[in-house]
Design a protein around this ligand. Structure first.
Ligand code: BDR
Ligand code: CA
Length: 392
């Protein structure tokens, strides 16, 4: 299994990234670190524990990272994720409180130890598989062909920047896969995406570190929409329901989707999504879906509501698990290698990921940028993970 460390700020879509990372057999989730972003560090750290417990991953530890960006004031995002950072459609926190505590110590140190150990293990396996073959050069394991731990970042890059600064050797051991940035239009600024805009200086450090890096930008995540069909599939349960076939549309159509819905109560919940929290709660309560599947539906319904309100999206994009999906199945993505620089100076666009799509920069390429994803295949991965979590 591929060892993965997840650095996140849950956050509704971060919660689904945790679920996907922890319930995909090809991945080994080493641990979760948090970063102030969607809400304060204290809130997102509690949320990470709540999510792990709720999805049957209580054996995974959480460690708190940085409460604020390297050089700037924190930016929070209550308009999308609510006051708790993980609100439900009925108001207040979505999930029951975990009684676990985060690990003591700083995330950067815990991440380093876990990544170092997992990389040593990877190297041993690699050498056994290649009959003692070295990874070339100094044997650090960072050379081409040697396996790397995946550091998946679905929040601001502050923890990742500290890791690569304090422990430069880690850049030989990890490959960073991040949800963030945009080639064009942003979401919290005209050309700025939230995670990168929150800590542009940290992003600059990570993008200029030389670490192998894949960026999954808004252009891709905005195609991964939690449509009524997706919500119905989540509620319906059973492996035969993971048949979502038409989730690529950039706008949803509840009427056409409803003809294929299998769970009438889910349909009612979806229809009520625009009709206020009480209607949604009532419709969900009447659904035949398991309580766990209800919780995932509620999570997506809250997200749907805030995305409708703030961005006028018909259906919400589920950003963060798309980065996890890249680790699971990179073949589902169209990717282009290019130079990406982070704007840190302009008052108009600090936090912009300046993507050199046509190779005009004199600087060498430093990132693989996802251009597209097979959306139905992504939802199948997520539905399979939901089914596994539901069976715990
Ligand atoms: C990113 O911002 C956060 O609000 C989401 O969790 C996601 O990581 C999308 O821009
Ligand atoms: Ca996030």
């Amino acid at each position: 299994a591929i060892p993965v460390w997840l650095d996140c700020d849950p956050g509704h879509d971060d919660a689904t990234a945790i679920l996907l990372a922890g319930h995909t057999p090809g991945l080994k989730l080493l641990g979760v670190s948090t970063i102030g972003g969607n809400q304060t560090l204290a809130k997102v750290t509690k949320n990470a524990l709540d999510v792990l417990d709720a999805v049957g991953l209580s054996h995974i530890d959480v460690v708190a990272g940085q409460p604020r960006p390297l050089m700037r004031k924190p930016m929070l995002c209550p308009e999308i994720h609510g006051d708790s950072g993980l609100d439900g459609p009925a108001g207040g926190r979505l999930l029951p409180r975990s009684c676990r505590q985060p690990l003591p110590g700083k995330a950067v140190n815990v991440m380093f130890e876990a990544i170092a150990a997992a990389h040593a293990e990877l190297l041993k396996e690699h050498q056994a598989a290649t009959a003692g073959g070295e990874c070339g050069g100094g044997g650090g394991g960072g050379e081409a062909g040697c396996p790397r731990v995946r550091l998946v970042c679905t929040g601001a890059l502050t923890n990742a920047a500290l890791l690569l600064t304090l422990y430069p050797e880690a850049s030989e051991w990890v490959e960073v896969v991040l949800m963030g940035g945009a080639m064009g239009v942003g979401n919290t600024g005209p050309v700025m995406e939230f995670n990168i805009q929150t800590d542009p200086e940290a992003a600059k450090i990570v993008f200029e570190s030389g670490v192998p890096l894949t960026m999954v930008p808004l252009e891709v995540t905005h195609t991964v929409l939690a449509t009524p069909q997706v919500l119905a599939d989540i509620g319906a349960g059973g492996s035969d329901t993971a048949t979502t076939t038409n989730t690529t549309a950039t706008t949803s159509n509840s009427n056409s989707a409803s003809s294929t819905l299998r769970d009438a109560a889910s349909t009612a919940a979806l229809a009520a999504a625009g009709g206020g929290a009480a209607a949604v709660a009532a419709a969900l309560a009447a659904s035949a879906a398991s309580p766990f599947r209800h919780a995932i539906q509620e999570l997506l319904l809250f997200f749907a509501d805030t995305y409708k309100h703030v961005f006028k999206f018909d259906d919400p994009p589920l950003h963060d698990p798309v980065a996890v999906a890249y680790v699971i199945a990179p073949q589902l993505f169209e990717v282009r290698r290019m130079r990406v620089d982070i704007e840190t100076i302009s008052p108009l666009s600090a936090g912009q990921t300046v993507c050199d799509v046509w190779g005009q920069s004199p600087l060498p390429p430093n990132a693989d940028v996802a251009l597209a994803v097979d959306v139905p295949a992504f939802w199948r991965l997520l539905l399979e993970a939901v089914a596994r979590a539901d069976a715990v």
